[in-house]
Write a protein that binds this ligand. Structure first.
Ligand SMILES: *Cc1c(COP(=O)(O)O)cnc(C)c1O
Length: 358
């Protein structure tokens, strides 16, 4: 019963098979191989336009490189106060940009509200020599609270950012999970809604280690080849990245994987919602569930071997009472590899532990 993360799963069989197949014979190094070209072609088809794409191994590298391309060392990058780039990347965005400053914006359920962004942009001291200068906005889709922005919400935020002369990045570590929930096209959830640069995740959704930095205006990507190489993220045997991304996109494999992950989460959330004492501060909109568990349910689940992390959030928002003394705030994540029987076992354990508050 592993609900710790979507990267505790292995890689999908199809992607592993593609890596093994890519091992045959020789191929040009540093991404000049046919599989990387195939991946680039598929990305263009999926996003319905010309793009500049750069494959890397980790989401942190994708984010940090994307931000380095849009912000100068003296720039400010606005993001949600809980964003992965802010809280989980050990300063990589600051290092790769050469010192740009991340500016956290508070917001309910992991989302930045347009009104708050507007205020921050208006109040930020532009042109003042003592201050970093507004350069970028970064949005996480799926957010750090497992929620998703609608295309309309993204468009509102990007319009405000563009109006203030900023470029907009999307941290799409779980892009596929958000996409299959929104039932829109990849183009609609990205460039058509004003996203300039996308970290397009694949690892959490079935790749072994592969993410893409996508520029929807290729002229904005001229520095990236140098920044990627300089930071040690240009893979010499690049065909293995190309193989992963191509297999991920081929025949809609990525969408099938994400639909599976989301389906498991929906079922788990629906089951948990029926158990007295368990509270969920935010709706389960993709493949993550945040729940406040009474201590005895948490203990029974742990004793039964369930794996998940207590989460760092303390503020569940105005609609949800904060965790009581014995409560535990946890995050549960499903993946394409989640077993339906593990969802059942988890719910059975939680139910039998009883929901009454101690
Ligand atoms: C997992 C994740 C990443 C990428 O993390 P890596 O461990 O560097 O691959 C980026 N953003 C978000 C929101 C994530 O959840």
């Amino acid at each position: 019963m592993d609900f710790a993360s979507d990267n505790t799963a292995g890689a999908s069989q199809a992607i592993l098979a593609a890596i093994a197949a890519a091992n045959e014979g020789s191929a040009q190094a540093y991404g000049a191989d046919p599989l990387t070209a195939r991946a680039a072609l598929l990305l263009k088809e999926v996003f319905e336009r010309e793009i500049a794409c750069f494959l890397v191994n980790t989401g942190t590298a994708a984010n940090a490189l994307a931000l380095a391309a849009i912000a100068p060392p003296f720039g400010a990058i606005f993001c949600h106060a809980q964003a992965h780039i802010m809280a989980d990347e050990c300063g990589a965005p600051e290092m790769f940009t050469g010192g740009a400053k991340l500016v956290g914006v508070a917001g309910r359920a992991g989302k930045i509200a347009p009104a708050d962004l507007k205020t921050v942009l208006t109040d930020f001291p532009r042109g003042v020599e003592k201050q970093v200068q507004p350069a970028g906005l970064s949005l996480s889709q799926v957010t750090e609270c497992g929620t998703i922005y609608t295309c309309q919400e993204i468009a509102e935020l990007t319009a405000l950012a563009h109006g203030a002369g900023l470029m907009v990045h999307m941290d799409g570590a779980r892009f596929a999970n958000a996409l299959v929930s929104l039932h829109c096209t990849p183009a609609e959830m990205s460039w058509k809604a004003g996203i300039d640069v996308l970290s397009f995740g694949a690892t959490k959704n079935g790749a072994l280690a592969c993410e893409a930095v996508l520029f929807f205006d290729p002229t904005k990507a001229t520095s990236l080849p140098f920044q990627r190489k300089r930071s040690g993220h240009t893979l010499s045997k690049g065909r293995f990245l190309g193989a992963q991304m191509a297999a991920y996109l081929e025949n809609g494999h990525w969408l099938d994987l994400a639909a599976r992950a989301n389906g498991h989460a929906r079922r788990l959330a629906a089951g948990l919602a029926k158990i007295p004492g368990i509270r969920m501060p935010w709706p389960c909109e993709a493949n993550e569930i945040f729940a406040i568990l009474p201590g005895k349910i948490d203990a029974a689940l742990k004793a039964g071997g369930a794996l998940y992390y207590p989460w760092r959030f303390r503020d569940a928002g105005p609609d949800c009472a904060p965790p009581a003394k014995d409560d535990v705030f946890v995050r549960l994540v499903t993946s394409f590899a989640t077993l339906p029987s593990d969802v059942d076992s988890f719910l059975t354990l939680a139910r039998s532990a009883g929901g009454e508050r101690i």
